[in-house]
Design a protein around this ligand. Structure first.
Ligand SMILES: Cc1cc2nc3c(=O)[nH]c(=O)nc-3n(C[C@H](O)[C@H](O)[C@H](O)COP(=O)(O)OP(=O)(O)OC[C@H]3O[C@@H](n4cnc5c(N)ncnc54)[C@H](O)[C@@H]3O)c2cc1C
Length: 385
């Protein structure tokens, strides 16, 4: 279907990005994949290209474009090429909105220019070993010192995307006890400098997919976080998470759609080239029907993410809308990618083929940013159930 969500500016950006991925990512990707991380200096190249600065306000060194559509173009182009920018996926798509919406001018002056250039890489740490879906149950604490100059941070986080390469991490921590009638009260956000004494990066976790993404455990032992690194107001962290999670979920929905779309392309190309029983796999009616059904699903995903992008840019995407989009796109993408892998036969299971990597990469879309079960709960609640 003809898409109406993008303008000629997006198309020009897409072309530049496609060429960049071809020359700066594809030749190195196998090495990054083996090492399980993208070298940090690569992020300076992304900064130079302007990828990180698109949505950073002009006064802090960016282009000041208030639209999430460029992030969607990035997701689409990475999936198309079967690669990723590693853990930096959260740097702008997840972390920037927290800084722009909650940061003071002084904080933005300190953090945003480095974010735009890639000199200061950001990650966000909500999940803990004991709690993921139930974030109100987090145990990491931040206690204000007697003189009010700093908070003392103690606790641990896990599954933190970009956690090895990060220079600053938005850490969610408890600054007050829960209230009897409000479990969500008492959480605050801190933009923690990863070089502070007591801050430690634990294991880089070995995952079945997203191999180039540095997903890490973090621990904090009496880390003295300067009071000026508190983001937003004390104890209101949970509502800040609630405001920002819809963008994260939209971004995951876009990524899932882009992966499913790429899977169909890979399968169409592979089955056209592969000959069995004296004819191409593409010529079997089953292959045509499978690919046609997958294409119809991809079209449906595309229409919904495009609508989601328009609503989000207009500031109208609700938490329930984002949950619906994430649930639908991630579940549909899993089905499409699985079917496309099947059409590759045994080669679909071999990681040198992009479809195999996509299959593994896509699986986490139904888990992170809130699981499918949590998405169903949000939607059901919105329906008054
Ligand atoms: C590769 C990767 C990257 C990640 N990156 C980050 C990151 O950068 N920052 C960050 O903070 N976190 C990150 N996460 C964590 C991710 O958001 C959590 O894993 C996710 O929210 C689920 O939490 P959990 O793993 O603790 O599962 P649990 O909460 O323990 O869930 C276990 C099971 O219980 C189900 N469940 C939970 N609640 C309910 C319910 N109410 N009703 C029915 N079933 C329920 C879940 O759906 C799931 O099936 C990442 C995770 C992965 C795997």
């Amino acid at each position: 279907m003809r898409r109406t969500v993008y303008t000629s500016d997006h198309d020009a950006f897409r072309e530049t990005l496609r060429a960049f991925i071809e020359s700066e990512v594809v030749p190195h990707y196998d090495e990054w994949y083996e090492k399980g991380i993208v070298p940090k200096d690569f992020y300076l190249k992304l900064g130079e290209l302007g990828v990180f600065g698109i949505e950073v306000p002009e006064e802090y060194g960016g282009a000041g474009i208030e639209s999430f559509k460029y992030q969607a173009v990035i997701s689409e182009e990475l999936a198309r090429a079967g690669v990723s920018f590693g853990g930096s996926s959260v740097h702008i798509a997840l972390c920037l909105p927290y800084l722009t919406s909650l940061g003071t001018d002084e904080q933005k002056q300190r953090w945003l220019p480095g974010m735009a250039t890639g000199e200061t890489m950001f990650a966000i740490a909500m999940t803990e070993p004991g709690t993921g879906s139930d974030l109100a149950g987090m145990k990491t604490t931040a206690k204000l010192s007697e003189d009010g100059s700093h908070y003392v941070l103690n606790g641990a986080k896990t599954f933190i995307t970009g956690g090895v390469n990060a220079d600053r991490v938005i850490v969610c921590a408890r600054t007050a006890s829960q209230k009897e009638d409000d479990r969500r009260f008492g959480i605050s956000l801190f933009v923690v400098d990863t070089t502070l004494p007591g801050y430690a990066v634990g294991r880089k976790l070995d995952k079945i997919g997203l191999k180039t993404s540095d997903t890490a455990e973090l621990s904090f032992t009496d880390v003295q976080v300067p009071a000026e690194d508190l983001l937003g107001e004390e104890n209101k962290g949970f509502s800040y998470l609630g405001n920002n999670l819809p963008q994260e979920r939209l971004s995951i929905a876009v990524g899932a759609y882009a992966q499913a779309s790429a899977a169909v392309r890979f399968a169409q190309s592979y089955t056209g080239d592969r000959t069995i029983f004296g004819k191409s796999v593409a010529s079997f009616q089953n292959t045509k029907f499978e690919l046609a059904a997958c294409k119809a699903k991809v079209d449906a995903m595309e229409s919904s993410v495009d609508r989601g992008l328009e609503l989000h840019d207009a500031g109208e995407l609700t938490a329930a809308d984002a949950a619906s989009l994430k649930l639908f796109c991630t579940e549909a993408a899993s089905d499409v990618i699985d079917r496309c892998l099947q059409l590759h036969g045994g080669y679909g299971y071999i990681t040198e083929y992009p479809i195999a990597r996509l299959y593994a990469d896509n699986r986490v879309n139904r888990i992170y940013g809130g699981t499918s079960e949590v998405m169903r709960s949000i939607i059901a609640k919105d329906m008054g159930l």
